[in-house]
Ligand binder design. Structure first.
Ligand SMILES: *[C@@H]1O[C@H](CO)[C@@H](O)[C@H](O)[C@H]1NC(C)=O
Ligand SMILES: *[C@@H]1O[C@H](CO)[C@@H](O)[C@H](O)[C@H]1NC(C)=O
Length: 567
């Protein structure tokens, strides 16, 4: 009775104010409770400005996936026939109906939005919290990350008008929280060796068993030291969270470890979202220096680009990932390889946002870009070590349309690094290219870890390289770092050198690697069968013969890879 009467009263008021009487709102996304590590501080100030982004529903995602596999599978007649930017845009850009429907709704609500992607699938606008709550039946509140004190304005659920269903994919940031360990976390330990002064050469370790250098990687993986020759062959390294790549350090590094090439060999800077690359020696980032030194210093002669993504985005991180894919997919000639050593726990993401980003990586794959991500450094406990009762998959490694890179250590035998994140996604199913590899592993594993991981999820990583005791220069001094952060740039260098040979032979670059790695490429990899990735109070997953969720299919051998691609 009471409810009916107040509804009536509300409708009357609405009539008086000339507003639409009853909006038909549909719950669009929600999360169960506040994620671990955050607390609610209270309601967000009604007049606080929110920067929101809308993603429109993309078309033809099944066809996009079919095309991605078609151009990336060696046995396919269309192998290597990558799509142009225009072809991909035409395939996936939202329908005019979606664009019109969303724009009409924006106009009705007096919102000025700007398009922020080449395919027109992302829009951004600013509104006060009051209006955002009203538009989306949301409850934008201030959440505090307990460990760091970082603030995030989020809502645990939101709705959209029924007429936008099927047109509006998601609103961000809403139910996706920033990564509890900073956004995104850096998959690397701080320089841990007692830093050596440049001049104290006597103390520089020489053995690859204890220190990894470019010469070690060349020896372990048969990587050539001869120069790549194809000027079109580009390798992109992404940088976030004010990680700057220092040129003087690169020179110092090359002068010590690559006496066979000019120590002035450098990289090209690209920036977005107000990114920059200041060169003060105290501004040098461990992660950025690592990534640049092990690409410029290993992919001899390949053009390396450092994409520095700035902080002009609310909460950095994921929006940086979104802006990076939009930026790279708008290039007429995107890089052939892109390596990223940042990521976060999958559970911090909304499934819709995870899917949206994953499809963006599929788009780049159809254009022939090899997308590489470090798998994370927390073993089965996620991006970084943490307490947990079930295993924590990382993002974007769980996305089946990119290559996730784990870490190994030691030379004889080469075994899994204990921190190498791996496991099974809770958001993405098992892609066909890895179904037999994954089922073979589960059979060998038996009941170990049962109930701790998702038996129908995409398994990761796909491949691994060395990731322990990499010597780098930071601020003019040498030290070592560990992490899958070491592994992803190393693989990027190897793939770039292979691409150089392919392009020189009139062939296409490798593009999305996984269908190749899990078929004709597997014989070119060293199977890693010892070590494991403990976490969540368990021993984690053991490395075993064939694919495993610690080292993937194993580590690369350049000479064998040349044969596997038919060179
Ligand atoms: C490095 O050089 C600094 C200053 O020149 C000196 O104080 C320090 O002891 C040196 N460290 C090592 C490990 O030689
Ligand atoms: C397991 O993964 C599948 C995707 O393959 C997903 O649909 C399902 O919800 C996941 N289960 C859990 C408990 O997260």
């Amino acid at each position: 009775m009471f409810a009916t009467r107040s509804l009536l009263l509300l409708s009357l008021i609405a009539l008086v104010l000339g507003k639409p009487m009853a909006r038909n709102m549909k719950l669009h996304e929600s999360r169960e409770g506040i994620p671990n590590g955050f607390s609610l501080r209270g309601a967000a100030q009604p007049d606080r400005t929110l920067k929101l982004r809308l993603a429109l529903v993309q078309r033809n995602l099944a066809e996009l996936e079919r095309k991605l596999m078609d151009v990336s599978t060696p046995s396919s007649a269309n192998y290597g026939k990558h799509l142009s930017k225009a072809e991909v845009q035409q395939l996936v850009s939202p329908t005019q109906d979606s664009v019109d429907t969303v724009n009409t709704w924006l106009k009705e609500n007096d919102i000025n939005a700007k398009t922020i992607s080449a395919t027109g699938d992302w829009l951004s606008f600013e509104v006060p919290v009051r209006k955002a709550n009203d538009l989306f039946d949301a409850d934008f509140s201030v959440y505090i990350h307990d460990e760091t004190g970082a603030e995030a304005v989020r809502t645990l659920s939101y709705s959209i008008p029924a007429e936008l269903q099927g047109h509006l994919d998601l609103v961000h940031p809403t139910v996706t929280f920033p990564n509890p360990r900073g956004l995104p976390p850096v998959f690397t330990a701080p320089i841990k060796a007692e830093a050596q002064n440049l001049t104290s050469r006597a103390t520089i370790p020489s053995s690859c068993a204890s220190i990894i250098t470019p010469a070690c990687l060349q020896a372990i993986y048969n990587i050539p030291s001869t120069r790549a020759i194809e000027s079109s062959n580009k390798l992109a390294v992404t940088g976030y969270i004010e990680q700057y790549a220092n040129k003087a350090d690169l020179k110092t590094f090359l002068a010590k470890f690559r006496t066979d090439i000019s120590s002035s060999t450098s990289f090209t800077l690209q920036t977005l979202d107000g990114g920059s690359n200041p060169q003060g020696s105290n501004q040098a980032g461990v992660e950025a220096n690592l990534d640049i030194q092990y690409t410029v210093g290993v992919a001899t002669g390949v053009s390396v680009y450092f994409i520095s993504v700035g902080e002009d985005v609310q909460d950095g991180g994921l929006e940086g990932f979104l802006d990076t894919v939009n930026y790279v997919s708008s290039m007429d000639t995107p890089p052939n390889v892109m390596t990223t050593s940042y990521g976060q726990d999958e559970s911090t993401m909304s499934p819709k946002l995870a899917n949206n980003l994953c499809n963006a990586y599929a788009r780049l794959g159809t254009q022939g870009v090899s997308i590489l991500f470090a798998s994370g450094d927390g073993g089965v406990s996620g991006s970084q070590s943490q307490s947990c009762s079930t295993f924590v998959p990382t993002f974007p490694s769980g996305c089946p349309f990119l290559t996730s890179v784990g870490a190994t250590q030691g030379v004889n035998p080469e075994s899994a690094a204990y921190f190498s994140s791996g496991g099974f996604s809770n958001y993405f199913g098992i892609p066909s290219y890895q179904s037999s590899a994954v089922s073979g592993y589960k059979q060998a594993l038996g009941n170990t870890n049962s109930g701790k991981y998702n038996t129908t999820g995409r398994g990761f990583p796909d491949i691994a390289t060395q990731g322990v005791n990499f010597e780098i220069a930071v601020g003019g001094r040498f030290g070592t770092v560990d992490g899958t952060s070491c592994s992803s740039p190393t693989l990027a260098s190897i793939i770039s050198l292979l691409n150089d040979r392919l392009i020189a032979a009139g062939r296409s670059p490798l593009g999305f690697l996984n269908p190749f790695l899990y078929s004709s490429g597997q014989s070119a990899l060293n199977d890693i069968t010892s070590g494991s990735n403990p976490g969540c109070g368990t021993n984690g997953f053991p490395a075993k013969a064939g694919w495993d969720p610690v080292t993937g299919l194993g580590t690369p051998d350049f000479n064998k890879l040349l044969k596997a691609v038919g060179l």
